[in-house]
Design a protein around this ligand. Sequence first.
Ligand code: GRG
Length: 290
Amino acid sequence: MNFPDILAARAEQTARHLDAALAALPHSGVRDAMAYALRGGKGLRAFLVLEGAALHGIATAAALPAAAAIEAIHAYSLVHDDLPAMDNDDLRRGQPTVHVKWDEASAILAGDALQTLAFELLAAPGGAPDAARQVLLVHTLAQAAGAAGMVLGQALDIAAETAKAPLTLDEITTLQAGKTGALIGWAAQAGPRLAGDDPAPLARYSAALGLAFQIADDILDVTGDATKAGKRLRKDDAAGKATFVSLLGLSGAQTRAATLVAEAEEALFPYGERAETLRQAARFVISRET
Ligand code: GRG
């Protein structure tokens, strides 16, 4: 199977798990909005969970709660990020954003409920092989998603919009390590944590991968096709925001992303050939069009 097919298969397995969780909820407009927000993503974070789990001898079925949990947190972050009070976007994954299709209150509630669903899935029986590993997963996900991780990154991003001077490269790197890096990092480390193994090699892999992913996002914002991307592009430039491209130039950003991919691949050395799919993922992250 080529990499896009592997990614799609992993996304499908995770979607089935999420569908079953949603089916157990009472029917409501919020549930419909949650289902809508969970559709159409690439499933990169779920893929990282399932692939990291496989590398550490954890079966897909045992890793699906963690894969579904991280996609639920990711979907919540996108729904809230698109709100008028944040990025004010009307298009996501090629479809109207949740607050456009429903309304702002529904989008806030769907995001809230997606966040709590993530912790419900992870904390339910079967979320991990034993209670200590389950608590570790819950604890680290809360840290990654919260005010030391993704929420902090988002807050720094919002503050940058009104800052007197554009951010420096170091400041943007810190911001992105929270905003996009924290969830990617959690996803990659979930497999070894489920197995009770050392997550350090996959932590190194995902730190490089997360940053490469964000640089690719900034490059896509400048060079991408909005129809393929399924969202509005060239917003950063219009807002006068510093990005990896504005700070490094287009070719500088491309070179930095390629160096990070090489670093990510090197971090997989302890796994040998078995980590080939994760190596492909690193290369995919900087060649993607969406
Ligand atoms: C609202 C607390 C809060 C946080 C939002 C993740 C985030 C923080 C905002 C998303 C804004 C954005 C477009 C960031 C760029 C990187 C990114 C996370 C892109 C979307 O991830 P993909 O490409 O999305 O994995 P799909 O649609 O494939 O799931």
